[in-house]
Design a protein around this ligand. Structure first.
Ligand code: SF4
Ligand code: SF4
Ligand code: SF4
Length: 203
């Protein structure tokens, strides 16, 4: 790992791992990359707040490891179960698979997994999602086992989506090949018919 990669890695550790995109980047890692390689501002992680900006600046200048940081009174998502229509849109939006439910059935939040990133809330077409206080744990601390678990769940989902997309691309390529072969054969039969008809004309 070169010096810049080490700084990226330390900045990633200084970020909350919510993968909430409030920094306008795809995830915490993309934001850390932009800070180091594109000189992006250090104050764009809204959930991390001022303390996170200060830590990132200090990592950038001295690449020192950081101390733990926290969000107090953090909230998690809730689904009003009698209003959910089971559209599955929130499952697609959740970066860490913290929602379960089948199509047309009521969905549920896995409360000890939800990190309150809010990405699902505005996806709901019937407005039956809301943020509520987390009664089991009123602060989000990072780096911690919990933030590491959230990061791991995010990368597992990314990998699964990449695999599905790869499979879809393979199926699409196969269908394109089949169509090309079909077209080639149709043209070959047409050419054969034409030849046959011309021969008949001379007979
Ligand atoms: S937690 Fe901060 S760095 Fe990570 S995606 Fe959200 S805003 Fe960006
Ligand atoms: S359930 Fe909603 S708020 Fe919780 S992690 Fe998933 S998308 Fe974020
Ligand atoms: S987006 Fe709303 S209606 Fe659709 S499954 Fe999720 S909670 Fe239910």
């Amino acid at each position: 790992m070169n010096e810049k990669q080490k700084i990226v890695s330390n900045i990633i550790n200084a970020l909350p791992q919510l993968q909430c995109r409030k920094c306008e980047y795809q995830d915490c890692e993309s934001y850390a990359h932009a800070i180091v390689y594109d000189n992006e501002k250090v104050n764009k992680c809204e959930p991390g707040g001022k303390e996170t900006s200060i830590q990132i600046s200090s990592i950038k200048s001295s690449n020192k490891n950081i101390k733990a940081n926290r969000i107090n009174n953090y909230q998690i998502a809730n689904i009003k179960i009698d209003e959910c229509i089971g559209c599955t849109l929130c499952i697609k939006a959740c970066p860490i698979d913290a929602i379960i439910g089948a199509k047309n059935q009521c969905h549920f939040i896995i409360e000890d997994q939800c990190n309150g990133c809010e990405l699902c809330i505005n996806e709901c077409p019937v407005d039956c999602m809301e943020l509520i206080d987390n009664v089991n744990n009123d602060s989000w601390v990072w780096p911690s086992l919990e933030s590491e678990k959230s990061k791991k769940l995010y990368y597992q989902k990314l990998e699964r989506i990449n695999n599905i997309n790869e499979q879809r691309q393979i199926q699409k390529d196969n269908r394109t090949k089949e169509l090309l072969i079909k077209k080639y054969l149709e043209n070959a039969f047409d050419r054969e018919d034409l030849k046959h008809n011309k021969i008949k004309e001379y007979e």
